[in-house]
Design a protein around this ligand. Structure first.
Ligand code: UD1
Ligand code: MG
Length: 473
């Protein structure tokens, strides 16, 4: 049985201070939107219903909610008349009694642990409402908790409306509350906008409840960093760094070596096995999975990649690719979407790959482009080979068999196929299939014009050198 009947996430605000075309709650932290981080923390509490109040950038936020939390009910707040107004709308669309958990969509560092401890503390207190509070080194901007008798809460005062004494209080309102639904319904209709922002403040509900003789508890959070809200880009960076710390710390406890956690950025959804080593300046994002023994970095970016055991990816950028067991990538390789390296394959310096499979033990060591190719096992692609996959209108496939040797600077003009065990001569333009075991040669025969330099570049350093070597006109 869920202890929470309804959760309301407030996300209708303009986010003006972000100065962005993107809705505030859609900015990302550790590869998830701010609001997804909030909903991820709420999820294990398993509330019977989940409502999200949306307003500014409504369409984008609703479309995003469809993807990340299809069960959430979006409630449109057309007139942004304050947090109290937002909650009034959400309550109007919900029947049922029990506990309602309310939180803001812009506090992405809250954890499920803190939220469930908060719920437990509320239940134990048997009070009508509870507020999660925090002691901040700098409480500026937050609502202050004015304590009453027996440590209960008398009221919450917003910074702008606080008097001289109240402004000195360093215990703040985190914006996370639990109310008894029937109790909240009773008082929320009484909210008035006689404050400095002319808004309906949800925080005023606390004073209304205590005035009716009921008790409100304050539950002090152990870790104030969890309760930080994002209102501008500086707070976005601060929260991202705190999340980075948290994620890296967890991976290190799980047995991952991270040489420089301050320059290592790992998204929340990334999975990393023990005994992976990550060198400085690396970013692993999306749904990447890194298997045991792999070595990543330095300065490597992996987006939605799978790296198998004992593989190495050094100074490279890879997206939507798979790197096989004990395969080697880099330095300075660019693996684009659809690259699949089999076991022990190698992609070397200044090589770009796309939508290609490189078979077991095959190597593309230097300065090449491999696009739309299927390369078999044990083949070697010589330096500066280009898979010419695009005729200006369409992309075409190239097939390279097993144990093939492609000579340096070969152009493989697709569609073309190189049979098992075949060779191509260096510098060839190959636009016809090469059968198994053959060598394809596609280049002009070389002609040497003797004495040319001595005749045409008389007196040059080259002519002198040639003369000294015994050359004559
Ligand atoms: C609010 C609290 C403050 C608390 C702080 C914690 C009020 C009046 N004040 O202030 O006591 O310390 O959070 O972070 O509640 N929203 C709506 N509709 C609206 C207005 C806001 O959905 O009409 C949403 C916003 O999108 C946001 C949340 O409510 O996610 C809080 O609003 P915000 O304007 O950020 O309030 P704060 O000034 O941070
Ligand atoms: Mg806020």
């Amino acid at each position: 049985m869920s202890k929470v009947e309804l959760t309301i996430v407030l996300a209708a605000g303009e986010g003006t201070r972000m100065k962005s075309k993107t809705a505030k709650v859609l900015h990302s932290i550790a590869g998830r939107s701010i609001i997804e981080n909030v909903l991820t923390a709420v999820e294990p509490l398993n509330p019977k219903s989940l409502s999200v109040v949306v307003g500014a950038h409504r369409q984008e936020v609703e479309a995003h909610l469809q993807q990340i939390a299809p069960k959430a009910k979006a409630i449109f707040q057309e007139n942004r008349n304050g947090t109290g107004g937002a909650v009034q709308l959400a309550l109007a669309e919900h029947n049922g009694d029990g506990a309602v958990l309310i939180l803001a969509g812009d506090t992405p560092l809250l954890t499920s642990k803190t939220l469930s401890e908060f719920v437990e503390a509320h239940i134990t207190s048997k009070n009508s409402a509870s507020v999660l509070t925090a002691l901040l080194p700098d409480p500026t901007g937050y609502g202050r908790i004015v304590r009453g008798e027996n440590n209960t809460v008398a009221k919450i005062v917003e910074q702008r409306d606080a008097n001289e004494l109240e402004i000195e209080i360093d215990e703040i309102n985190t914006g996370v509350y639990i109310f008894d639904l029937s109790q909240l319904r009773e008082v929320i209709s009484k909210l008035q906008s006689n404050n400095s922002q002319k808004e309906l403040y949800l925080t005023d509900v606390i004073g209304l409840i205590t005035n009716s003789g009921k008790k409100v508890s304050a539950v002090l959070s152990n870790d104030y960093t969890e309760t930080l809200g994002i209102n501008d880009r500086s707070q976005l960076a601060e929260c991202a760094a705190l999340m980075q710390d948290r994620i890296n710390h967890q991976h290190m406890l799980n047995g991952v070596t991270i040489l420089d956690p301050t320059t290592t950025w790992i998204d929340a959804n990334v999975k990393i096995e023990s005994d992976v080593v990550i060198y400085p300046g690396s970013a692993i994002s999306g749904n990447s999975i890194i298997a045991s023994g792999a070595v990543i970095g330095p300065r490597t970016t992996l987006v939605n990649c799978e790296v198998a055991a004992d593989a190495t990816v050094l100074e490279s950028f890879a997206t939507d690719s798979k790197v096989g067991k004990s395969a080697k990538v880099g330095p300075y390789s660019y693996l684009r979407a659809g690259t699949v390296l089999a076991e022990e394959a190698k992609i070397g310096a200044y090589v770009e790959t796309k939508n290609s499979t490189i078979g077991k033990g095959s190597k593309v060591p230097h300065l090449s482009y491999v696009g739309d190719a299927q390369i078999g096992e044990g083949s070697n692609i010589g330096a500066a080979t280009i898979f010419v996959n695009y005729d200006g209108e369409n992309k075409h496939q190239t097939k390279v068999g097993n144990q093939v040797r492609i000579g340096s600077d070969t152009m493989l003009v697709a569609p073309v196929s190189i049979g098992d065990g075949a060779y191509t001569a260096a510098g060839s333009v190959i636009n016809e299939d090469v059968p198994a075991g053959a060598i394809g040669i596609g280049r002009a025969r070389q002609t040497n014009i003797l004495g040319w330099v001595l005749r045409k570049r008389k007196g040059s350093k080259s002519a002198d050198a040639a003369k000294n070597a015994g050359a004559s006109e």
